[in-house]
Design a protein around this ligand. Structure first.
Ligand code: GLC
Length: 799
């Protein structure tokens, strides 16, 4: 099979000259003399959609990725033409479409500089083997251009010089060069000359991306079928590209706060006594933990929606006891349904004809954990509805709080390709197709159905779902993890890259199997990994269990102490993490920011991989090597405080940072106000009676946010939330903190404890909302802290 874009390949076909142009409000049609039509939709001033057909007619326009609430609307649209081209102008972009061959060039409307131009542009190859066309697009790479994105690829953060494939694949013990792995997220951003744009190729077939690997100055992408259908998103700030892509494909609702706590998992904790032993130990050792997972062995012969009578004789009682102790129970549910006429889930799906079938009629049969299985066609709305209904007992009656969807690439054992054959049929929501088209969204549709089930039966509490496979848009329904990684130092690095890459691909709620799934970490590796995982949106230890234990106490006491210390830091930072989730969910802002996303103007950041920003104001850099007493790292431009020593450092340079095993490089942006909870063993253990605000002095201004609500439920959607905007301003002998509050939620605490760091002057007076505070009430020699009522709007500290 030939799958390249080389010019000389004689099978390639190209659009001919434009013979007709039609405009329907914001949708433009350019037709060529050889039956190609380019449909250009102006979605926003900075977002254009390009869609091509080679047969003079478009198929039904349907996408699982695009969020129905995606923003639309532009300020300006003008279309003109000259002898050679059509010119489409919005307030942000100018797009030229050449009349002879449909090739496009896109410019920044402000200064007419080139952002992205077609090389060969759209072309295609008729595929006799697969049917339909192999649709291709090639773009000229600009000088010094870098590329980022593509979901979960384990490679270097900057994708330049490499070629990738998107085909969701079960990838046990994958390596840095394994491609593809579990997810298919065909979105990337390019960056050159200080400008960033994004391309989202919304095509669910197997897709390929070549970033200057085959030809040094060309970037191309193509698919084994379907339409050339892509969105062009302009920044010029990369953060705007990512937020616009995220707006297009959606964000999740807020999770219950406990889902941001620490989770413990293993394949498998059973029987019940083993589960209890683990949860009791967390409480005995005072290591915070909110969720305990049950892997496949909780079931009866791996039949989904059943419980092993021997190992879990009374799940309802057990789940209740765990709940009383602050543990939320999360259970695994796979897509393979065991072929067994005595098994009601199987029988019902068979009777209702819900299973996937091969092209000529027989069921799609494949082996997974339970042995031979059939698989629901989650691309059919009534199947999703049925599936959602199956969760009634687990969630409503037994009290399970979260569901873990695994093996949903879909994975099939002992067959070539490790998945369904290409001919398997799918409904695709009324657009019937083969597995070639549905493969990459199968896991997404399963997770979607699961999410709806949990939402229904857990109501009025919020659902929690985690999936292994995903396509663009899956983040609307579920969190994710990176699949079966390995307990190695290299994988610690990979986990860091993957979490950053997923965040800049619209999928922030992600984390790795801390410590590694395959093989076993030593204590040092586990401790270093917890340090990283504590700053990932999803924080869970998971392991195959084949090679020994992987709980925080499985190594030695020193390690247990380090692990506890970092999980405690995460629990203190919960209001900060939750605020960051709010900014993701509400404003489409990624929760983790690679340095290039944080400061693209600084070219030093373009190839950095280890350092990242968690939220907006914490700079994190894991220790990636054994026996380290610290490391060199890049501090981005600006002023930063060492989290541990409170020493102030100017960025824009590499520096050595000390980090013994019980520490790691963490810096706080000068001017930040970081909200903190007291340490709790689980979310809700304590009533928060006072909220701590760590305020880091800055000579200048800095804004911070704090979002709070009931931490679960949906009252926040009716205005019962509290959003505080802090504005800190320092000028050498004065520090002012102002707060603006929005929302109707009344927090349980009455006061803030403000810790002031880095004050360059000796305090002579403190005024809270125009009233002077008696300096006796303020401890300035010890921890520089003062207590103020939470209603304050203006705090002035003078030297
Ligand atoms: C897969 C999952 C892993 C799980 C195992 C057993 O390998 O990726 O997380 O523990 O299956 O269910």
């Amino acid at each position: 099979m030939i799958l390249n874009t080389e010019l000389e390949y004689k099978g390639d076909l190209f659009p001919a000259n434009i013979t007709d142009y039609q405009k329907d409000v914001d949708v433009l049609h350019f037709s060529t003399s050889n039956n190609v039509i380019l449909q250009l939709t102006v979605l926003r001033d900075s977002v254009l959609r390009f869609r091509y057909t080679t047969v003079g007619k478009f198929n039904n326009d349907f996408s699982y990725a695009i969020d129905e609430d995606a923003s639309r609307g532009y300020n300006h649209l003008e279309i003109t033409d000259d002898e050679k081209k059509y010119i489409i102008t919005t307030s942000k972009l100018i797009c030229h479409i050449h009349k002879t061959d449909l090739r496009k060039s896109i410019y920044d409307a402000k200064n007419n500089t080139l952002i992205c131009e077609d090389e060969l542009g759209f072309h295609w190859e008729e595929s006799y083997e697969l049917g339909g066309d192999i649709v291709k697009m090639s773009k000229a790479a600009q000088n010094g251009e870098s590329y980022y994105g593509l979901g979960d690829k384990p490679q270097h953060l900057n994708l330049k010089g490499k070629r990738f494939e998107n085909w969701a694949t079960d990838s046990y013990a994958f390596g840095k060069n394994t491609d593809p792995i579990y997810k298919a997220i065909p979105f990337y951003t390019g960056l050159h000359n200080g400008k960033s744009y994004g391309i989202f190729f919304d095509n669910t077939f197997k897709t390929f991306f070549d970033f200057c690997q085959e030809r040094r100055n060309v970037t191309s992408f193509w698919a084994q079928g379907g339409e050339m259908n892509y969105y062009f998103i302009y920044g010029p700030k990369m953060q705007d590209v990512v937020t616009n892509y995220t707006d297009l494909t959606g964000t999740p609702e807020l999770p219950p706060l406990w889902a941001l706590g620490y989770h413990q998992c293993k394949w498998s904790y059973y029987p019940e006594s083993n589960v209890k032993e683990i949860t009791n130990k967390f409480r005995a050792l005072k290591i915070p933990c909110d969720a305990i997972y049950l892997d496949i062995d909780y079931m009866e012969g791996f039949r989904c929606f059943t419980w092993s009578k021997d190992h879990f004789p009374d799940p309802k009682r057990m789940v209740k006891e765990l709940t009383d102790d602050g543990f939320k129970t999360v259970v695994i549910i796979d897509p393979g349904i065991k072929i067994d006429n005595a098994y009601s889930v199987f029988k019902e799906a068979l009777d209702k004809d819900y299973f996937c079938k091969r092209a000529d009629g027989p069921y799609m049969k494949g082996k997974v954990w339970p042995g031979e299985c059939y698989f629901p066609d989650f691309t059919r709305p009534e199947v999703r509805e049925w599936w959602a209904g199956l969760f009634k007992e687990l969630i409503e009656d037994i009290g399970v709080k979260g569901v873990w969807n695994d093996m949903n690439e879909p994975a099939v054992m002992d067959v070539p390709g490790k998945t369904f054959p290409a001919d398997v049929r799918h409904d695709y929501d009324g657009n019937p197709c083969s597995h070639q088209k549905a493969h990459n969204i199968y896991g997404m549709q399963m997770a979607r159905a699961t999410y709806h089930g949990l939402k229904r039966f857990n109501y009025p509490k919020r659902p929690f779902v985690i999936t292994r496979s995903a396509y663009s848009g899956t983040q609307r329904y579920t969190s994710t993890w990176m699949g079966d990684n390995v307990a190695s130092w290299e994988h610690l690095q990979i986990a860091n890259i993957q979490a950053q890459r997923l965040a800049l691909s619209g999928f922030s709620f992600a984390g790795s199997d801390i410590g590694g799934f395959a093989e076993q970490p030593n204590g040092e590796l586990y401790a270093r990994w917890i340090q990283l995982g504590a700053f990932h949106p999803f924080c869970r230890t998971h392991s195959s269990g084949d090679h020994g234990d992987q709980e925080p106490w499985a190594f030695d006491e020193e390690i247990t102490d380090v692990v506890r210390k970092f999980i405690e830091i995460r629990y203190e930072l919960l209001p900060y993490l939750y605020t960051s989730f709010y900014q993701y969910s509400h404003n489409n802002v990624p929760m983790l920011k690679s340095l290039v996303l944080f400061d693209q103007e600084d070219s030093q950041t373009h190839y950095r991989t280890d350092e990242f920003i968690c939220g907006d104001q914490l700079l994190i850099c894991p220790i990636n090597e054994p026996n380290s007493k610290g490391r060199r790292m890049y501090i981005p431009r600006g002023e930063w405080y060492n989290f541990w020593t409170k020493e102030l450092i100017s960025g824009g340079k590499e520096t050595w940072v000390d980090a013994d095993l019980d520490s790691m490089p963490i810096f706080v942006k000068a001017g930040a106000i970081i909200p903190k909870y007291p340490i709790q063993q689980y979310v809700g253990e304590k009533d928060i009676e006072e909220l701590t605000l760590d305020a880091y002095y800055k000579n200048g201004k800095e804004d911070s946010e704090l979002y709070e609500d009931a931490n679960d439920g949906y009252d926040y959607t009716k205005g019962r939330y509290s959003l505080k905007k802090f504005n800190l301003a320092g000028n050498g002998n004065k520090l002012i903190i102002r707060i603006h509050k929005r929302g109707e939620y009344e927090t349980s605490y009455k006061t803030f404890k403000i810790n002031l760091f880095g004050l360059p002057f000796k305090v002579k007076s403190i005024k809270v909302d125009n009233e002077y505070v008696d300096l006796k009430d303020v401890k300035f020699n010890g921890d520089n802290s003062l207590i103020v009522p939470k209603e304050f709007t203006n705090l002035q500290i003078k030297g």
